[in-house]
Design a protein around this ligand. Sequence first.
Ligand code: SF4
Length: 179
Amino acid sequence: MLGKFDDLVEKASGLGLKAYLVDSEDIPVENRIALKCAYGCRGYGKRLSCPPNVISVEEFRKIIGEYNSALLLIDERDTSQVSDILEAWGEIRKDSFHKMLELEHEAFREGFTFAHLLRPGSCNECDICNLKECIKPELRRFAPEAVGINLQKAMEKAGLVLEFCKPEKTICVGVLLLE
Ligand code: SF4
């Protein structure tokens, strides 16, 4: 059933990622997700990959409507031996992002011209984001939540469970839009 997506799923596996093919219409985009960013997140406004420095939920809703398919990308880590998960999260998500970005590049090479990755977590390619002009624009991607994607529901629709508050198991989730 995967057809033309087979190669990408296999490539993802080679990178240590699990990839689940979904219809893009099964990825819910909700206005209320913006509350989680704007009120309560310490990272709000501190990166050019995060609100309010990214396209709006409304703009993204129109954009995702132009895609048919996506891969949900899951990078699961055993963090049971990590003493400070918040401290470790920076390196974990950076490593995960680079694997997922490699997959985006592969998708482009395979003919998915509009392949675009929504990365796990906020961009941390620089220690401090200058908040004016991205100095590594080729690496700038935003997280699914930053544009209103309800990842929990998206994963449920794919038969997956996104668990919270489990420091012994850290899951990086990305979305690779494909067309
Ligand atoms: S690459 Fe650097 S400047 Fe660009 S969004 Fe990421 S942290 Fe900010």
